[in-house]
Write a protein that binds this ligand. Structure first.
Ligand SMILES: *[C@@H]1O[C@H](CO)[C@@H](O)[C@H](O)[C@H]1NC(C)=O
Ligand SMILES: *[C@@H]1O[C@H](CO)[C@@H](O)[C@H](O)[C@H]1NC(C)=O
Ligand SMILES: *[C@@H]1O[C@H](CO)[C@@H](O)[C@H](O)[C@H]1NC(C)=O
Ligand SMILES: *[C@@H]1O[C@H](CO)[C@@H](O)[C@H](O)[C@H]1NC(C)=O
Ligand SMILES: *[C@@H]1O[C@H](CO)[C@@H](O)[C@H](O)[C@H]1NC(C)=O
Ligand SMILES: *[C@@H]1O[C@H](CO)[C@@H](O)[C@H](O)[C@H]1NC(C)=O
Ligand SMILES: *[C@@H]1O[C@H](CO)[C@@H](O)[C@H](O)[C@H]1NC(C)=O
Ligand SMILES: *[C@@H]1O[C@H](CO)[C@@H](O)[C@H](O)[C@H]1NC(C)=O
Length: 504
């Protein structure tokens, strides 16, 4: 009786062992699939997915820092022996908040939305106040002269008169006026009154780089983006900007709206490159993988802006169409048409990665990879952004004009005005949650292996015990039989390792 009960227990152990081992193997084989299933259902954009709230009301702290170039020798502009000289001022930091509005999901697996951005000055992290005085180039009259550069002398004559009567070449204002508040410019206020200015489209009543942008849902435009519901590899891909899949600002392939809208990226990023669309300069940008970096313990792939973004067709022949008619040395993007016809040229800060030509025209440029590189760091498995540093400088082309008297004797200079750094870094708490998520498949595998191991061990123990019992029973029987038949003591001590297979 004792043996029977014991055998039952061992059978139970065997069954449990086998079941646990099978579960363990299932855990090992299924966790990656399960993990991917979770990733896909949570990373695509729908009103019920985890990523929706994060995307709609970005919780990652973000800020923008502005640096101004204070023009220190504006009196010497016509002196051929001196170059425009600059002192960098700043940073002036603003905390930035993004919110998506008018979000509409469509049947074609896309979502339409607008974006509201809001800024709050952060005096503690700024080097200076919004009342700092900066001297720089006066943009409205220069824009008028640029727009009118191909007009007949009969039309440029009156314009020249208006400009010389109302405007100086330089302007001295407060930082707050250059950014969000804007300043009254006599040329802008005259624009709709004087026939000489009638053909110049000026969309604002004041001039300021971020004038009317705070709280605006119009400025960044209207987006239509893939949700990834049909194919997770499409999530975040911009399909239309301002209702079209191309812009009017660059011809041919350069005008295509390509790449991510910038916040959602598909999972499974590789060490190649990524593309995103920037409404600020009205074009798509491709960043190449450069290195692996660590952001609060999470390994990220860093993609950096290279010379291909500021190319003139020399590095990549496909970039010819970014020249917009007139190719320049590598280093600037012609953003004139995207900036209401102002002679605006966008470069990396301090002409980082640009042809030395640009920095040689002025004094005060100090390019530095650490401070001036533009990069996007993504966690490769999930595609979640870990650290983004968007850095661009706005330069204005100052060039001699035959018929506008104010600009007759000026040198040709790409005049640095302002550069900004928009930064978003995942905070440590979010990074730990992401680490835990990323550890799931590994934890599943460890759990599975442990279970399989324990299950197999239990089964082996159960089997060996059952064998022992069986052998003991058999030997009891056989010893009785043998004793009775031939008396040959065949298996007096049968429980012996190397005999087991025979018995089994
Ligand atoms: C900019 O330069 C001018 C002189 O050219 C000076 O008066 C002004 O204080 C400077 N601005 C700052 C913020 O240092
Ligand atoms: C703050 O600005 C001054 C001059 O404007 C500069 O000398 C100094 O290096 C700046 N400090 C920082 C921390 O950037
Ligand atoms: C967008 O949303 C705002 C409120 O958030 C609403 O007033 C406006 O009418 C909406 N516009 C469109 C085009 O749906
Ligand atoms: C998807 O459908 C919406 C609504 O009909 C439309 O506005 C949008 O342009 C479409 N997107 C694409 C990529 O076709
Ligand atoms: C932007 O608008 C908000 C109100 O929505 C205001 O509190 C903030 O000061 C404004 N920022 C700037 C830079 O004017
Ligand atoms: C862009 O839109 C046009 C029509 O507006 C369409 O014919 C074309 O196929 C679209 N191109 C892409 C790449 O979606
Ligand atoms: C820049 O773009 C504008 C508008 O597209 C064009 O007129 C101009 O020739 C281009 N290049 C330069 C160097 O101004
Ligand atoms: C393009 O850039 C290169 C390098 O800066 C320069 O040598 C070349 O002259 C430029 N091409 C044109 C057409 O300006």
């Amino acid at each position: 009786m004792w043996m029977m009960k014991n055998a039952l227990g061992h059978y139970c152990l065997l069954c449990i062992g086998i079941v646990v081992a099978i579960l363990g193997v299932l855990a090992i084989t299924c966790t990656p699939g399960f993990f991917n299933f979770i990733l896909k259902s949570e990373l695509h954009l729908s009103e019920s997915s985890q990523s929706y709230q994060v995307w709609k009301d970005t919780p990652v702290p973000m800020y923008i820092q502005f640096y101004f170039f204070n023009w220190t020798n504006e009196g010497e502009l016509e002196n051929a022996n001196s170059k425009p000289s600059f002192e960098q001022k700043g940073p002036y930091r603003f905390n930035e908040f993004h919110e998506k509005v008018n979000v509409t999901f469509h049947d074609n697996n896309t979502v339409s939305f607008k974006q509201v951005r809001r800024w709050h000055f952060d005096p503690d992290n700024s080097n200076g106040t919004l009342d700092d005085i900066i001297t720089t180039l006066n943009l409205p009259p220069l824009t008028a002269a640029f727009v009118a550069r191909d007009w007949s002398i009969f039309m440029q004559g009156p314009l020249s008169l208006v400009i010389s009567q109302t405007s100086k070449r330089h302007v001295t204002k407060k930082v707050r006026e250059y950014l969000f508040e804007g300043y009254d410019d006599s040329l802008i206020s005259l624009a709709d009154k004087l026939p000489a200015l009638a053909n110049i489209e000026i969309p604002f009543d004041k001039f300021g780089w971020f004038y009317k942008r705070n709280n605006s849902d119009e400025y960044d435009g209207f987006f239509n983006m893939d949700t990834g519901a049909d194919d997770i590899n499409k999530v975040g891909r911009l399909r239309n900007w301002n209702f079209a899949n191309r812009t009017k600002f660059f011809p041919s392939s350069c005008g295509m709206v390509n790449g991510s809208a910038g916040e959602l990226w598909p999972p499974g990023q590789t060490k190649t490159n990524i593309t995103m669309f920037s409404p600020d300069i009205c074009r798509s940008l491709t960043f190449d993988f450069t290195e692996e970096v660590d952001v609060h313990g999470v390994t990220g792939y860093r993609y950096s802006g290279g010379r291909n973004i500021v190319d003139n067709g020399t590095i990549n022949a496909d970039n010819w169409c970014f020249c917009n008619g007139e190719c320049l040395p590598v280093g600037v993007v012609n953003a004139s048409s995207c900036r209401y016809g102002a002679p605006a040229f966008v470069s990396y800060p301090h002409y980082y990665m640009a042809d030395p030509y640009y920095a040689s025209l002025v004094d005060g440029m100090r390019p530095d990879k650490e401070k001036h590189q533009f990069y996007v760091t993504l966690e490769p498995t999930t595609g979640i952004p870990l650290d983004v540093a968007a850095r661009f400088q706005i330069n204005i082309l100052l060039q001699p004009s035959r018929h506008i008297s104010n600009y007759k004797r000026v040198p040709k200079v790409f005049f640095p005005i302002i550069w900004f750094e928009q930064r978003a870094t995942m905070p440590p708490e979010m990074a730990s949650s992401l680490l835990a998520l990323l550890a799931l498949p590994d934890n599943g595998a460890v759990l599975g292996l442990t279970m399989a191991g324990l299950g197999v061990a239990a089964a082996v123990i159960a089997i060996s015990c059952l064998i022992r019992i069986k052998v003991a029973q058999d030997s009891q029987k056989s010893s009785i039989q043998l004793n009775s038949e031939s008396g040959f003591p065949l298996m007096k001590k049968p429980v012996n390792g190397h005999k087991m297979p025979e018995v089994a």
